[in-house]
Design a protein around this ligand. Sequence first.
Ligand code: MN
Ligand code: MN
Length: 468
Amino acid sequence: MEEKKNNPSKELREKLLLIRKNGYNVLSDEEIAAGFEFAEGYKSFLDSSKTEREAVVSALEILTAHGFREYKKGDELKPGDRIYKVNRGKAILISVIGTTPISEGVRICAAHIDSPRLDMKQNPVYEDNGIGYLKTHYYGGIKKYQWTTIPLSLHGVIIKADGSSVTVNIGEDENDPVFCVSDLLPHLANEQMSRPAGKLIRGEDLNIIIGSRPFRDDEESGAVKLNLLNILYEKYGVTEADFVSAELEAVPAFKAKDVGLDRSLIGGYGHDDRCCSYPALMAAAESETPVHTSVTVLTDKEEIGSDGNTGLCSAYLKYFIEDIAQALGSEGRDVLSASECLSADVNAAFDPTFPTVSESRNSCFVNKGVCITKYTGARGKSGTSDASAEFAGRIRRLMDSKGVLWQTGELGKVDEGGGGTVAMFIANLDVDTIDIGVPVLSMHAPYELISKLDLYSAYKAFSAFLAD
Ligand code: MN
Ligand code: MN
């Protein structure tokens, strides 16, 4: 038998070139099956957690089932303790106290649980030509035309005049009604279709239809609005004045579903950033006592710039770390300076239908694993935390040593646009920080797509980091 010839160029290629393979070609059948199983839990989380408040409630259920307790400043802490703290119902901090002194730093995993949507104005209810509506102000970066002619559900809270609170969730149950923003028929859209896409639907056109049946005993105008307010009064005991103290959010009413004949993808609303916050939550919930204390934060307000007391521009993460540092006998600032952070947020997956906006050598691709992003920002790296080569090297070694499927990617071509994450706000606390997350197709659309293997890779990455 002829001796197999060795192939020097093949060997050299493997040694010198960076080749990122499709996960289906490198992961074992067991791992792929585990990834698909993980996606089932994720889909239920997506369906029950369409707003930041609902994501906090879902997180609390999972954490309670995994032995976590609420932490209050001043509580004693010891290695192995599993704690959480909720910030105003819209963000949550989770920590597992490690075995090494906290002065050695904590491992922070940060993801956000708010997503683009339509928020109700403070005086939202009106009637126009026999149709009842809610006025909205969009939240986050959306293509407004995508939010018409899809079923919407209504979520949030209303604080009544007496201070009591009602929780609203209409449109998710199979038997619930849904709501909708109308669009113009093509037959009459000559003028509309000649506008630039950003003005096809204007902000003040995003009016949500909530009814059309007038209050029966009233012949006067406004009977539809009166009837709708009456329905709300009977259901929730609220009046029109109560909307002033409400946070009502309209989101797509679709359920998360497998996409594709091979079921390799998941379609759903709010993958950005639940496809990172769910893996981060599960990594924290399922973690054993780590070496370094872990801190997982699921934050609010990322989509509008992270300002406000539930966003990561506020001091709430810093205060939490200071509080647990103090309880364990260390200075908060020393702990922060020794800490590391994975800023867990999505990146734009290369879209073969729109290849020109990406630079394919530096894009992330569906099914090639969780994407490590050294810097985000726009116009010459403005508005980002550019991770150091040393920290990128440290995370790269960690991912490789734990067999995590990962890739790198930049958000689109230089000067094509850009975007930011919470990385810079945490890095600004003197924490080594790098961005990492799941590639998403159609990001910020009402129905986004991700890959199951990439989702699972994020879970493996966060688990490896929190345990380290
Ligand atoms: Mn995001
Ligand atoms: Mn986003």
